[in-house]
Design a protein around this ligand. Structure first.
Ligand SMILES: [Zn+2]
Length: 404
C-alpha cells in the first residue's frame, strides 16, 4: 500500500452541480472527493498538494449526453462516405483522437449514441480508455443502435448492391433477439430510431409501431437497461414516451401537448441544437447575417416550449456533427435560445448524471463522489463560453490537463 495522492484545490468559486458556491475549496484523495465547502472551514490536510486557481471556477467534469465519437464533421467528410468508405479500423483510430479532445475540453463522461456503421468499436474504445491505454472520457455506449427495415440510410444506391446501414435493422418479434444480441455485445442502453425522414415527401415519420417500441423497452428493461429514442415528429415522441423511453433525442416538431406528456413521464430531453445549426452552416447559412433557416426557427420554437413546460433538459448536442471537444457549443446555444446559465450548467452536470443513472458517482461535488473535475478561467455563470477556457482536468483522480 502506498500513500494516496491528496489534493487541496482552491479556485475562486465552485459549481457543485446545483449552485455556484463562492469561496469553496475541494479536497481529493485517491480517486474520490473527500470534502467540499467554504475555504474558511476546510483546512489543508497533511501532505496535500495545494492547487490554487485565482480567477477560476471549479466544476464537476462535464457530461455529454449525445455524442458520436465515431463520426466527425460532415463538412469535412459527408456521413455516407464515413459510413460506407471508411473501415471500422480507420474510424477507430480517429475516434481515439476524438476521445482525447473531448476529455481535454473538460468532458469527463460521454453517452455515445451509436457508432453509425462501425459495429461495436465503441465497446472496444470504452475498454481501452478504462484500461488507461488511451486518454478519453468515461463512456456509456449504444453499440450499433436499432432502425426499422427500409427507414434508415445510407440510401439511394442501386438496389442490386447490398449497402450496409448506419445501424442494425430489425422488426417485429425479431427485435427481441436483436436487443439481446446488442446487450450481449456490450450495449449499456438501447438506442432506437423511432422515426426517420422516410415520409412520402421526405418528412420525419414514425419507423416503429407502439407495440414494437414497447417490446424493445420490455426486453431492454428486464436486463436493467433503458431505452433511448431518436424522435423528431410528435407521433414518434408520443409512442416513444408511452413505450417507456427514458430520453428523447432531437424533438424538433414537439408541441405543448407533447411537452406535457414528456414532463408527466419524467423523460429527459436532449435538444441537439448544435447539430442543426452546424448542418445549416455547412449548407452556407451565415448566422447573424442571413435570416434563420426554417429548421433553426423550428428548433428555437420547440426549445422554448420544453423549457417553459419544465421538461428536464440535458446537455446533448449530437457532437460529431461538429468537432469533438466543442461540446460547450451546445450549452452556448441553449443559453442563446433562452435557458438560464445556471440551468445550462446543471444540464451538463447533475441533470445528465441522473439521466445516465450515475448520480451517485459523477455530476456533483460532494464527499464520496468520483474525482472528475474541471477548472476554467472566469465564471461560466456570467458567460457560459468561459467553459471553453479550460485550465485543468481531472478524471478519476488522475490529472489529464494542467495549464496553471
Ligand atoms: Zn445522434
Amino acid at each position: 500500500m502506498h500513500a494516496q495522492t491528496r489534493y487541496y484545490i482552491q479556485p475562486d468559486r465552485v459549481f457543485d452541480g446545483f449552485e455556484m458556491q463562492e469561496g469553496w475549496v475541494v479536497v481529493v484523495e485517491g480517486n474520490r472527493i473527500v470534502s467540499a465547502g467554504p475555504g474558511t472551514q476546510i483546512k489543508v490536510p497533511s501532505q496535500a498538494t495545494v492547487l490554487r486557481f485565482p480567477g477560476c471556477t471549479l466544476l464537476p467534469g462535464l457530461i455529454e449526453g449525445h455524442s458520436h465519437l465515431f463520426l466527425y464533421p460532415y463538412n469535412i467528410t459527408d456521413w455516407d462516405t464515413q459510413v460506407l468508405k471508411e473501415t471500422d479500423t480507420y474510424r477507430t483510430v480517429r475516434a481515439t483522437v476524438h476521445a482525447r479532445n473531448t476529455l481535454m475540453a473538460g468532458v469527463t463522461t460521454v453517452r455515445d449514441l451509436g457508432t453509425e456503421g462501425a459495429g461495436y468499436a465503441d465497446v472496444a474504445l470504452k475498454r481501452a480508455i478504462n484500461e488507461g491505454i488511451v486518454p478519453g472520457p468515461r463512456m456509456v455506449v449504444a453499440g450499433r443502435a436499432i432502425v426499422s427495415t427500409g427507414s434508415y440510410g445510407p440510401k439511394g444506391y442501386d438496389d442490386d448492391s447490398k449497402i450496409m446501414l448506419g445501424a442494425e435493422a430489425a422488426d417485429g418479434n425479431e427485435l427481441i433477439r436483436v436487443v439481446r444480441d446488442q446487450i450481449g455485445k456490450g450495449a449499456d442502453f438501447i438506442k432506437v430510431y423511432a422515426d426517420y425522414r422516410w415520409g412520402p415527401r421526405g418528412e420525419d415519420r414514425p419507423s416503429f409501431t407502439l407495440d414494437e417500441l414497447k417490446l424493445i423497452n420490455e426486453v431492454a428493461r428486464s436486463s436493467g437497461r433503458y431505452l433511448v429514442c431518436h424522435a423528431k415528429s410528435k407521433e414518434a415522441i408520443r409512442r416513444a414516451v408511452m413505450a417507456g423511453a427514458e430520453t428523447i433525442e432531437h424533438g424538433d416538431y414537439l408541441d405543448e401537448e407533447i411537452a406535457q406528456l414528456m414532463k408527466q413521464h419524467g423523460v429527459t430531453f436532449f435538444p441537439t441544437l448544435g447539430a442543426v445549426e452546424s448542418i445549416q452552416r455547412y449548407r452556407g447559412w451565415r448566422k447573424g447575417t442571413d435570416a434563420d433557416p426554417a429548421l433553426v426557427q423550428q428548433k428555437k420554437k420547440s426549445f422554448a416550449i420544453v423549457y417553459r413546460a419544465g421538461v428536464t433538459i440535458g446537455l446533448g448536442g449530437d457532437v460529431g456533427v461538429y468537432p469533438h471537444g466543442e461540446n460547450v457549443y451546445e450549452l452556448e446555444l441553449m443559453v442563446e435560445y433562452g435557458m438560464s446559465a445556471i440551468d445550462a450548467l446543471r444540464a451538463a452536470t447533475s441533470v445528465n448524471a441522473r439521466t445516465l443513472h450515475m448520480e451517485n458517482e459523477i455530476g456533483s461535488i460532494k464527499p464520496g463522489m468520483l474525482a472528475d473535475l474541471v477548472v476554467v478561467k472566469g465564471n461560466p455563470l456570467k458567460s457560459i463560453s468561459d467553459l471553453r477556457q479550460v485550465r485543468w482536468v481531472m478524471k478519476d483522480g488522475v490529472v489529464y490537463r494542467d495549464e496553471k
